[in-house]
Design a protein around this ligand. Sequence first.
Ligand code: ADP
Length: 613
Amino acid sequence: MKQVLALYLRCVKDVNQYVPGRIPSIVLYALVRAITPYVTIWFSAQIINELAAQRRPEVLWEWVIWSVAVGAVLGLAGVVMNRWKEATDSLHNARKNRMFMKKFLSMDYADVDDQRTRDLYAQIAQNENWMGWGINVAIENLENFVNGLIGVFGAIALTLSLFTSRVPATAGEWMMLNSPLFILALVGVMGMVTWFSLSRNHVLNHEIAVMAEGATLGNRKYTYLFTFSSDAKRRLDIRTYGQERLMESFTSDTFFEPGGAYDRLTKSAIGILAYAAEAGSAVFTGVVYVFACLKAWAGAFGVGSVTQYVGAVTTLSQNISLLLGTFDQMRNNAKFLQDTYDLLDIPNSMYQGSLTTEKRSDRQYEVEFRNVSFKYPGAENWSLKNVSMKFRVGERLAIVGENGSGKTTFIKLLCRLYDPQEGEILLNGIDIRKYNYRDYMAIFSVVFQDFQLLSQPLGANVAGSSHYDRERVRRALVDAGFGQRLDDMGLDTFLYRDFAEEGVEVSGGEAQKIAIARALYKDAPFIILDEPTAALDPIAEAEIYSKFNDIAGDKTAIYISHRLSSCKFCDEIVVFQDGSIVQQGTHEELLRDEKGQYYRLWNAQAQYYQTKD
Ligand code: ADP
């Protein structure tokens, strides 16, 4: 329980941090809601007592005015608190998702890329879809806890006089109702009813929590079905091949469908007993009714107090159930909350240096890979093996090799998305780990193979910000070959239609030009094109690469491609094979070695282009 409480305390703190006011609004609303019924019960009892006894109009007036006034104040406070709570609630999901987004953006890339991290996040999302397990249930628990606690205290306060008001001696043998045994008997019945209801609910809740995995699969199927059938491109295949029925049958076996695991559980003895246990409180109310009526009959208190005691004791048992049930659910939910914190607590284990890359006005940078070997986390094979090479600013460098030979991995290490297990990468003679990461990344612009553009205006996409130098963005787009299209579109047109009806669906080739413009706008000394032309044919790729040669100016341009023809103009070509550098030189030098990999690839590809032509 200590661990559970620690988790909950942390959750409460976090929630109140990402939505300020969320926790006070919940606590205050629960407080007002818990107090209100007791105030009504108490005032009603006073009014009925007066009506049944002395019936003094001035006293009745006083009670009525107080009752209305206090009721109105509480009612108003309840509405205000509820509005406040709803306002914070509407922010809750967006802010919670932002918290996860921040975590993913600040996490070591190796961890983001790790399948286990993705599985954990999918599990957290599914738990939440399933029954709000995790942070949402924790918030609900907090609300119920305050409700239950205030409820219990309020009920005890209003019930005490049921036992302390004594039947007068004139009542004869009814005086036995004053016996403390009745207190014991009532507490005993209440304990039994509460225990039965709780234990049944505990079993039911436990069974539901255990089902989370099955629910995950079911939810995954629904999500898949939804995204698949709402995605225009995929819908085309479904229509063409008449797959509607196959799609419909897809979720028929899921957990939630009639006859599924959840359905069976609710109809099983566990489900039925849990619902039947709820009726137990009615029995208890009946017992209290009899006892309070007898005491009133014997003259211990007025009839109005009977309604007070019955109302208070019934809510007492309900609130004890609520409180204990909340503890039970907290225990069940702790596992799901733990999943959330397992993700949020993934540490940043990459060493973060503090050196600044000297902002050299001559932009003279030299990068060296020294005996670098690397394998992806969890992978068995080395993706790079003993790679050594040097390059300096101003050069045109090409990295070529067949698919899977390690070219992209080389760039990922250069950008420090991963650290190598062996060897080191140096910038101006200093290990890149010693530099401040942001500072280090400022000297690279990369157009990755699977670059992503945002559903945001064109200009903001290029600049990576909504405030930017329009002229520079325009120039970058023109340099990247997007000039003509830019004249039609303008910088403020949204890309894609996610957020704007008039958004433009750019083609693959156009998207690549925008991605290149983004890299140019960053104006970093090193600019890297990692086969950013996958959507283009080899001739268009060669054109972009050679044109880029002019655009790059005094920057270092690193071209990566498995198409050798795109890179033959480079000062230096590095040939990768199975994670190692097997050749290095100019196009002419490399072709001279007829036994070399470059010669083999060149001829294979030349033949391919010729037959294609
Ligand atoms: P290229 O860019 O030359 O096509 P990559 O650098 O992408 O090659 O891949 C080099 C090797 O590393 C390949 O064997 C590939 O399967 C493996 N690899 C690439 N990415 C990952 C990853 N995230 N996890 C595990 N192995 C990977």
